[in-house]
Design a protein around this ligand. Structure first.
Ligand code: C5P
Length: 243
């Protein structure tokens, strides 16, 4: 893991399919202003070498591969992620208690400064109640999110990924010592793209989110650094005491 130089809780999603584009974006951005998320597309296209290159540019990396398998396999995958030096890694909470505990235990021998944060995905925001019923969950998305977040907390993981609409519920249920990592963030005056329920950075922070995952508003911008700085300014503004 790199020395922590980042001053803002922004994670830019590098949703591109080649390391040239990923590194080009990383060079235009600033590791003091954001961390970077490497997901399935980039990792599957380029392998783990891209992570080393992002580290050498000074970034901390969230490896967003959402592991979901038998406990032994997930534990080994999480350990492999830790060996890459990533800052954060995730699993699916629906993999169950034994899987999450195995993943957590796999990281216990790493010194704290080399141990990635381990978080879980609760219910994918792309699933509605009908989809959940079809795969055997007789819950509304919000009920399932709460149930899986409580289980994740119980297993001792560091936090969950959740939509900004669920932040208040989870914060009040699970307290402050549990990371809530929130995608679906749209700065003021930007396109919603395919996201349906969004919050601005200031709204998500006010609701209790810890880390904001932001992709296209930065990566598709003609000036990614300027867009990132705009988000930073919006966050700074929201923290100013009211006059
Ligand atoms: O471009 P945009 O800001 O919509 O990107 C959001 C990122 O967060 C993408 O990498 C997407 O896969 C991820 N994500 C999401 N909704 C979830 C979980 C992850 O948008 N529920």
């Amino acid at each position: 893991m790199t020395d922590n130089v980042c001053r803002y809780n922004i994670i830019v999603a590098l949703d591109v399919d080649n390391s040239g584009s990923a590194l080009d974006l990383a060079r235009q951005l600033d590791p003091q202003l954001c961390r970077l998320k490497v997901g399935k597309e980039l990792f599957t296209s380029c392998g783990h070498e891209v992570i080393g290159k992002l580290h050498s540019l000074g970034y901390e990396v969230f490896l967003d591969l959402k592991f979901h398998d038998i406990p032994n396999t997930v534990a080994k995958a999480v350990r492999a992620a830790a060996n890459l030096g990533v800052w954060m890694v995730n699993v699916h909470a629906s993999g169950g208690r034994a899987m999450m505990i195995a993943a957590k235990e796999a990281l216990e021998n790493y010194p704290e400064e080399q141990r990635p944060y381990l978080i879980a995905v609760t219910a994918l925001t792309s699933l509605d109640a009908t989809d959940l019923l079809e795969v055997g969950f007789n819950y509304t998305p919000q009920q399932l999110v709460k149930r899986l977040a409580v289980l994740t907390h119980d297993c001792g993981l560091n936090g969950v990924v959740c939509s900004s609409n669920e932040v208040q519920l989870l914060r009040s249920t699970l307290g402050n010592d549990f990371m809530l990592v929130t995608p679906g963030i749209r700065p003021l005056d930007t396109s919603l793209d395919d996201q349906k329920r969004t919050m601005t950075p200031a709204e998500a922070l006010a609701a209790g989110s810890d880390y904001l995952v932001i992709g296209r508003p930065v990566t598709r911008s003609s000036n990614p650094l300027k867009s990132l700085r705009g988000i930073v300014a919006e966050m700074d503004q929201s923290r100013l005491p009211e006059s």
